[in-house]
Design a protein around this ligand. Structure first.
Ligand code: BGP
Length: 462
């Protein structure tokens, strides 16, 4: 930990979701560019135009008293091709973003991979191909070399569970596959790539810390029975442990491996790769928290996963059916939910933070937390009281967890400003600042922006 770091009160974005400029200044195509163009779905070609407005955006964060900005680097903006040629214009863009952060007193908190794989690597099989893991590590090395003099916080990946499950198991994200065997292979390659990246970071003696960001979903059971407890363990393995145990302890949970080994071919995992994973664990865990997972024992021949971002109306909840699964996820009808059906459950964050800290004893950053809603942003001020209430209750949960001993070092609201939500489009707004997507992309601070600004001011003088 850097001694000079205060608690981070910041906000977060991701390259594809906010930058736009999808084919400007030499940027190569990403798999999301290709996938959304081919499907004729709303895309991030322009998004929030952060590529051109980053300075205004960062200045606004500073005006909001935020002291950290979590953003990601677009691999296809930085590396032009499979040969690894560097796009200087891409590096310079991020260099300017980092400099703007530092100028405004904001800590840059950088995610190396937030899902925008270069299409030229998707053409070679994407995360199913071990060569992509090697290429990712070379890309990371370029980022450390070029930005590492100013960046002190790095995350190897954003949410391996989410992009692997969505892209290779459920099929609602690119590359649109739904095969458990392929999902296991992709998951392993990603976690191996993450460990190699940590190794390169350490071997290069770059300053600061390196971690991983996980889509954290604490698991609750419907009752106290043994069957439910077993279902919960399965769910925890699939929701959380395969990321956090692997990244933080260097070991894939053995009961998970034993279970997978009965059903699938795991012979592609070499002992050399497992050793790299064991030897290169992370310095911190970033947890993105939106909600918990409530499970009951598996009872029938099939179960289903709710997919809420098909690009169809947000009121629809298409289901993907999985046969021979382990547990069943269910909704608690008594709980408050967002328009997208996500349960609002702050206490899951308190309990989850304690549980994660007690398991891994690593510093934790809450790297995303927010509520997605359809909003009328032309009403001024944008009165998003629900977002204030959401943030307040989750921040209280974090403080309670810290009070009970969890080592939490930062909170990043998702998102800094309105941006493109994967397949939902720009209609699903998370921002503290509104973006007028229909007209001139102007920035309109919401009530929550002012609330957060004043809250941070009180915190820093407390
Ligand atoms: C996380 C992702 C973010 C963001 C957020 C909200 O899983 O890291 O990129 O999108 O979820 O999700 P969505 O946009 O699907 O509502």
């Amino acid at each position: 930990m850097n001694a000079r770091s205060p608690f981070f009160w910041g906000s977060a974005t991701a390259s594809y979701q906010c930058e736009g400029a999808w084919n400007e200044a030499g940027k190569a195509e990403s798999l999301w560019d290709r996938y959304l163009h081919e499907a004729h779905l709303e895309n991030g070609d322009v998004a929030s135009d952060h590529y051109h407005r980053y300075r205004e955006d960062i200045e606004l964060m500073a005006k909001g008293n935020q002291n950290a900005y979590r953003f990601s680097l677009s691999w296809p903006r930085i590396i032009l091709n499979r040969e690894g040629d560097v796009n200087e214009a891409g590096v310079e863009f991020y260099s300017r973003v980092v400099d703007a952060c530092l100028e405004f007193g904001i800590e840059p908190y950088v995610t190396l991979y937030h899902w925008d794989l270069p299409q030229y690597w998707q053409d070679e099989g994407g995360w199913l191909n071990p060569a992509v893991a090697d290429a990712y590590v070379r890309f990371a090395r370029v980022c450390f070399d070029r930005l590492g003099d100013r960046v002190r916080y790095w995350a190897t990946f954003n949410e391996p569970k989410w992009f692997v499950a969505s892209g290779y198991l459920i099929g609602n994200y690119p590359p649109g596959l739904n095969d458990p065997q392929l999902a296991i292979r992709a998951a392993f390659n990603v976690m191996y790539a993450s460990a190699c990246c940590v190794q390169v970071f350490r071997d290069g003696r770059f300053q600061g810390e390196i971690g991983i960001v996980h889509s954290f979903s604490p698991v609750d059971g419907i009752d106290e029975t043994l069957e439910t407890r077993i279902a919960m363990r399965y769910a925890d393995n699939y929701c959380n442990n395969w990321i956090m145990d692997t990244a933080a302890k260097g070991e894939i949970p053995i009961d998970l491996l034993a279970d997978l080994n009965k059903r699938y071919d795991l012979s592609f995992m070499s002992s050399r790769q497992l050793d790299v994973i064991a030897d290169n664990t992370v310095d911190f865990l970033g947890l993105n928290y939106y909600s918990r997972t409530l499970v009951k024992p598996y009872t029938r021949g099939e179960t289903s996963i709710v997919v809420n971002n098909t690009g169809a109306s947000f009121k629809e909840k298409p289901r993907v059916v999985l046969k021979d699964w382990f547990e069943q996820v269910l909704d608690d009808p008594g709980m408050e939910v967002t328009a997208w059906g996500t349960e609002i459950y702050p206490d899951g964050l308190r309990r989850g933070l304690l549980d994660v800290y007690n398991r891994y004893h690593l510093p934790i950053y809450v790297t995303e937390n927010g509520i997605g809603v359809v909003e009328e942003i032309n009403a001024e001020p944008i009165d998003d009281e629900y977002r204030i209430s959401f943030m307040r209750s989750h921040i209280e949960a974090i403080k309670a967890a810290m009070h009970e001993g969890a080592d939490v070092r930062g909170y990043f609201a998702w998102s800094s400003f309105d941006l493109y939500s994967w397949k939902n489009g720009c209609e699903k707004r998370y921002g503290l600042i509104g973006v007028d997507f229909d007209r001139d992309l102007r920035r309109i601070p919401k009530k929550s922006f002012g609330w957060y600004r004043d809250f941070i001011a009180r915190e820093s003088t407390a």
